[in-house]
Design a protein around this ligand. Structure first.
Ligand SMILES: Nc1ncnc2c1ncn2[C@@H]1O[C@H](COP(=O)(O)OP(=O)(O)OP(=O)(O)O)[C@@H](O)[C@H]1O
Ligand SMILES: [Mg+2]
Length: 352
C-alpha cells in the first residue's frame, strides 16, 4: 500500500494547461475519488500519477520516493481504464495471469495466484471461458483481476463502470467497495457518477479547470461546500442557488418580487443563498413571503421532486412527500430551513 504525494503538478499540452498546480497528499490505504466536469483534467492527473504522461512541472512521490522520472512499470501502480481491452484469444485465467507470465514468474505460482484472485472476484467458475463468453460485468472483473495480480501498491481507476448498465454498476460498485475493504490498497478513482463518488470515497476531490476546488469527506463536501462550484457540483438534484443582497442584516432575494427572507446574518457581503432540495418545505402561498408555481413534478417511487418557478433564472427544486400528488400549475409557498442555508460572496466563496 502506498502513500502518494503530488507536489505542484502542472501539465501542459503545447499551450493548453490541463493541470494548474496540484498539491495533494493521499494517505496509505485511502480511497480517493476524483470528480469534475468533462475536460477538467481528471484523466490527465491520473495518467501523470501512473507515469503514462510526464508532468511538465512538479513531482510525484510514492512512499517517500520521488518517482517523477520513473516508468509506469516502476511505480507499483495498476490502472483500470473505462475501455478495458481483454485479449480475445486468451481465457479468463490467461488474461489474468498474462503480466506474470510476461515477467517470467513460474507456472505453478501463476496458477495459484490466478486461482486466488478468481475466487476473490467470484470468477472461479469462469476461468476457462473466453472474453466473448462473458457479460460486461464479468469482463470488468477480469480487467480488475489483471490489475490486482501484480500486487500493486496502488490502484488507479478511470471511470471503470461507465460502460455497464445500471444494475451491473451497482453490483460492481459494491464489489469494488468490498475489495478495497479486504485488500486495503490505496485507490484513486475517477467517476462522473455522484453515487459512486459519495459511497466509495474516503475523500472526494472536486476538480475544475485543472485545479482542486475542494477535497474532503463526502459529508464535508455535501454539508459545507467551500464555494459555489462545489455546492452545485456535489448533490443530485443540485443545490438551489439564488442571487441575493444583504442590507442592515436583512437578506433580500433578487427576483422580480424582491422577496425578503427573515435571516439574521452577520456578514454583509453575501451574493448567493444556497439551499438543498430537502431543506425546503411547501405550504399554502399566503403563509409565507416566497411563493411560486409548480412547473414539473418528478415521481421516482421512493422520492419525489417538484420544480417551482419563483421568478429566478432557474427553477427551484424541492424534495416532497412521494405519497402525495403534486399538481402542476398549482401555486405554493416555500419555507427554508434556516439551519441549512449556504451563503456565498460575489467571488463564489463560502461566507461564515
Ligand atoms: N494529448 C492531449 N493533447 C492535447 N490536449 C489534451 C490531451 N489530453 C488531454 N488534453 C486536454 O486536457 C484537458 C483535460 O483533459 P482530461 O482528459 O484530463 O479531462 P477529463 O477531466 O478526464 O474529462 P472527461 O470527464 O471528459 O474524461 C482537456 O482540455 C483536454 O482537451
Ligand atoms: Mg477522462
Amino acid at each position: 500500500m502506498a502513500a502518494i504525494q503530488l507536489r505542484a503538478i502542472e501539465k501542459w499540452f503545447d499551450d493548453v494547461q490541463a493541470i494548474k498546480g496540484i498539491n495533494f497528499d493521499i494517505n496509505e490505504g485511502e480511497f480517493i475519488v476524483l470528480v469534475g466536469p468533462s475536460g477538467c483534467g481528471k484523466s490527465t492527473l491520473l495518467r501523470v500519477l501512473a507515469g503514462l504522461e510526464e508532468a511538465t512541472f512538479g513531482e510525484v512521490i510514492i512512499d517517500g520516493e520521488n518517482v517523477t522520472d520513473r516508468l509506469p512499470s516502476e511505480r507499483g501502480l495498476s490502472m483500470v481504464f473505462q475501455s478495458y481491452a481483454l485479449y480475445p484469444h486468451m481465457t479468463v485465467a490467461e488474461n489474468i495471469g498474462f503480466s506474470l507470465k510476461n515477467s517470467g514468474v513460474a507456472r505453478e505460482e501463476i496458477s495459484t495466484r490466478v486461482e486466488k484472485i478468481a475466487k476473490t472476484l467470484r470468477l472461479e467458475k469462469l476461468i476457462e471461458r473466453f472474453p466473448k463468453q462473458l457479460s460486461g460485468g464479468q469482463r470488468q472483473r477480469v480487467a480488475i483481476g489483471r490489475a490486482i495480480i501484480r500486487q500493486p501498491k496502488g490502484f488507479l481507476f478511470d471511470e471503470p463502470l461507465s460502460n455497464l448498465d445500471a444494475a451491473l454498476r451497482v453490483n460492481m460498485r459494491l464489489e469494488i467497495s468490498q475489495l478495497h475493504k479486504r485488500l486495503g490498497i490505496t485507490t484513486v478513482y475517477v467517476t462522473h457518477d455522484q453515487i459512486e463518488a459519495m459511497t466509495l470515497a474516503d475523500r472526494i476531490v472536486v476538480l475544475d479547470n485543472g485545479k482542486i476546488m475542494q477535497a474532503g469527506s463526502p459529508r464535508t463536501l455535501y454539508n459545507r461546500p467551500q464555494n459555489k462550484f462545489v455546492a452545485e457540483f456535489i448533490g443530485s438534484p443540485q443545490m438551489n442557488l439564488m442571487p441575493c443582497e444583504v442590507k442592515n442584516g436583512e437578506l433580500t432575494l433578487l427576483c422580480p418580487k424582491r422577496q425578503q427572507v427573515e435571516l439574521e446574518v452577520q456578514a454583509s457581503e453575501i451574493s448567493w443563498l444556497g439551499i438543498r432540495p430537502e431543506h425546503i418545505t411547501l405550504c399554502k402561498p399566503e403563509k409565507t413571503n416566497l411563493s411560486g408555481e409548480i412547473i414539473v413534478a418528478e415521481y421516482l417511487g421512493s422520492d419525489q421532486f417538484v420544480y417551482i418557478d419563483c421568478g429566478f433564472e432557474n427553477m427551484l427544486t424541492v424534495r416532497v412527500d412521494p405519497s402525495k400528488d403534486w399538481k402542476t400549475n398549482s401555486k405554493v409557498g416555500l419555507n427554508f430551513d434556516s439551519e441549512a442555508l449556504h451563503l456565498f460572496n460575489s467571488n463564489g466563496n463560502r461566507v461564515e
